[in-house]
Design a protein around this ligand. Sequence first.
Ligand code: NAP
Length: 458
Amino acid sequence: MPIATVNPFTGQTEQEFEAHDDAEVERRIAATHAAYTELRATTFAQRAEWMRAAAQLLEDDVEMLGRMITIEMGRPIAGARAEILKCAKGLRFYADHAEEFLAPEQLADPSSVGASAAGTRYSPIGVVLAVMPWNYPFWQVLRFAGPALMAGNTGLLKHASNVPQAALYLDTLFERAGFPVGAFHSLLIPASRVEKVLRDPRVKATTLTGSEPAGRSLAAIAGSEVKHVVLELGGSDPFVVMPSADIERAASVAVTARNQNNGQSCIAAKRFIVHTDVYDEFLRLFAEKVTALTVGDPLDEGTDVGPVATESGRDELEGQVADAVAKGATAVVGGYVPDRDGWFYQPTVLTGVTPEMRLHLEEAFGPVATVYRVADREEALRIANGTTFGLSSSVWTQDADEEDWFIRNMDAGAVFINGMTASYPELPFGGVKDSGVGRELAAAGIREFCNLQTVWKA
Ligand code: NAP
């Protein structure tokens, strides 16, 4: 894949970038390695000051960065701006809380281990390589970089090849904010050159947000090098609607949960599992609201759904829907590529999806929803858990017993009750099964790339 900005609204290449050659990659790894010695010697207070300055730079640049996101990957402009402001909030969160999350702990009774004092402390581990996707080109990177740098680690970013302008902005963000030169660097390289970087002894750990095959490949390399890995992979999140739910509200939120960011969110609700008693009402409302979405230029303030980010992503979606329809599914809404420039896919609602269809098990990475009718909560749970993914889930019910039952039985990294899944700096984020390993955000996220050191004193 070329390293280039290709506007998904027009399909036109706006700018191409030369990949870094081996000498430049070496220079950047060396700089990031050298900066680690400097950064780990600084205090939390110093790093927090720089982190707040980075947040301020993002806020100052919000208009320019919002446009950059929209042009590089097609996210409607209001959401693109909101992503930048969320990043600033996330960086400030770690500026405020890193020291508390990494505070040393002491055993209350050290004599139980024959010591005068014993406990744990967290220390940084060095250079961490982050391989990141294009779908939230700033948030995905900064929710890694904020905690990593606050812990005293330094970072190397291999960003997705279709968001090079975001990669280049992030390359200098932390340096501009006051961090030591080299504390964070982007590598403009194709995926095929990640392995060599990861095997470099100066790189101590890695994280990948992206597809399951990419995650498996990176984890295999990390495993062979005995390097820690965090994976945030795909999802096919269930959205369960039970009879006691507020159906009008569930249907409205369902539309946003499926179609925000043009349907390209790992934690988007993708499979809508609806109790038979409220199925017809939910489907009618959901279909009406999806039909009412404004599809168009993502730079227009009124646009709800823009194009899919890449031509191959749009083609993949088209293939998944065609397979389902050929095998008997019904497109209640959409189900086609609209006749216009750019990589649009019409927001779609499918019913009658059965296990032999690709969409029953595969992730739909675009504005395509599948709606299932179920007889009871057991069937709802069976379908909800019946995928290889386990990222998040959403359950709509006013029945306390049912709520508790779903929370206890859902095989997912998160359960949101009467609301759509979202990520918050305050809450851990991550999946089970093929959705990944490890956690980002909150205290868990900053601890992933630390050495939890046991200290025992006679
Ligand atoms: P992708 O193809 O896996 O790309 C993600 C990143 O990995 C890119 O930087 C890509 O580089 C790189 N990459 C691809 N194959 C690689 C390999 N074999 N070795 C090393 N690096 C490799 O993912 P995508 O299709 O762009 O993104 C969509 C996927 O990401 C969806 O499945 C979505 O659910 C998932 N996602 C998950 C989360 C989460 O937090 N769980 C968040 C967002 C997205 P190139 O661009 O150069 O190929």
